[in-house]
Design a binder for this molecule. Structure first.
Ligand code: PLP
Length: 359
């Protein structure tokens, strides 16, 4: 298999792909593929319920939280969060830490009042604000943060303490990658296509209390309570994508869960940042060191003319997905949970060799 550093859809464990392949043709004893089964069947109900339980078990959350399986990707959540929780006279406050955070903020502005608590745009997204002492006004509907900025390659180490005010997190690109105090969040959403499975479904982990507080004046398909009340089976869900999430969660548990993956992820990204820094300016990390992401390493080359060459040669060596996002350029290696340590070691070696050749 190629060394897959794609930012998303991202690498999936081979075991998961093999298991999913079987279910694709035949699942259970009715002579049906999982794709042909009614979402009203006991089989599908069970898959959805087990996926919810597995995710809550992995993150160690109590029964105060539900997991909802929704469509429209994380981008739909950018709109659904303010639609549900941004009431009259209240302000949605956003930590604008990267391009996706900014998109979420801009969607909120189309729905109600929103404000940026901090923005890193003027500094080229190289830094993150210190959120440990974050103060929020009492008219705040919720605080929204993007825990890992996929495009820029930065990641919050700390979570703010927002007290009674709901903290909402977009964890699309770092869910299940590290230990966290999950109870600080009232709602977390993550599109599946990085650490949770294939694209097509978004997991929303939400405190029951917040579900109840949601706006009832919007179409029911956009209300979180509709998904909670119907165990995510109000309308036809992407059953196979949810099933693949279940397989990915089982794989995650078999690896030793979040604590083990966190250790692995630290070692993996460590190889890459070491290679970036060892180049003595040949490679230049985009984000300042304290804010570097454990999932997405981003860098430029001192000689920008060599960036294309780097991508070309890396592809020849079997490395996939190293070009930076079209909006920022440069290079990016996304080392999500399913990317093996050997891949990161091999990439670091390739980077060292590339200096010897072109430095
Ligand atoms: N938020 C973050 C942090 C992401 O990394 C992404 C996609 O890469 C998105 C949102 C958008 O997700 P989707 O394409 O599922 O709408």
């Amino acid at each position: 298999r190629g060394w897959n550093f794609n930012p998303g859809p991202a690498a999936l464990p081979l075991e998961v792909l093999e298991q999913a392949k079987e279910a694709f043709v035949e699942y259970g004893d009715q002579g049906l593929s999982l794709l042909e089964m009614s979402h009203r069947s006991r089989t599908v109900e069970r898959i959805v319920a087990e996926t919810e339980r597995l995710l809550l078990d992995l993150i160690g959350l109590s029964s105060e939280y539900r997991v909802l399986f929704m469509g429209g990707g994380a981008s739909a959540q950018f709109a659904l969060v303010p639609m549900n929780f941004l009431g009259e006279g209240k302000v949605g406050r956003y930590l604008v830490s990267g391009s996706f955070a900014e998109k979420a903020y801009r969607e909120a502005l189309t729905i109600g009042q929103a404000e940026a608590l901090a923005s890193g745009k003027a500094e080229g997204w190289r830094k993150l604000p210190d959120v440990r002492q974050l103060k929020v006004a009492t008219d705040t509907a919720y605080v929204h943060m993007t825990t890992n900025n996929t495009i820029e390659g930065s990641q919050f180490r700390d979570l703010p303490d927002t007290g009674e005010i709901p903290l909402i997190g977009d964890m699309t690109s770092d869910i299940l990658s590290r230990r966290l105090d999950w109870t600080k969040f009232a709602l977390v959403y993550a599109a599946a296509q990085k650490n949770l499975g294939p694209a097509g479904v978004t997991a929303v982990i939400v405190r029951e209390e917040l579900i109840k507080a949601g706006n009832k004046q919007i179409p029911s398909i956009f209300q979180y309570r509709t998904y909670a009340d119907n165990s995510s089976l109000y309308n036809t869900p992407p059953v196979h994508a949810i099933y693949m999430m279940k397989l990915t969660l089982e794989w995650t548990a078999r690896q030793g869960g979040i604590p083990e993956l966190e250790k692995r992820n630290e070692r993996k990204i460590g190889f890459l940042y070491e290679a970036i820094d060892a180049g003595d300016g040949f490679y230049q990390g985009i984000v300042e060191k304290p804010y570097r992401s454990m999932m997405n390493a981003t860098w430029r080359m001192r000689d920008e003319g060599l960036e294309k060459q780097f991508v070309l040669e890396s592809e020849r060596e079997g490395f996939i997905g190293l070009a930076g996002h079209r909006s920022v350029g440069g290079l990016r290696a996304s080392a999500y949970n399913a990317v093996p340590e050997e891949a990161c070691k091999a990439l670091a070696e390739f980077m060292n060799d590339f200096i010897r050749k072109h430095g």
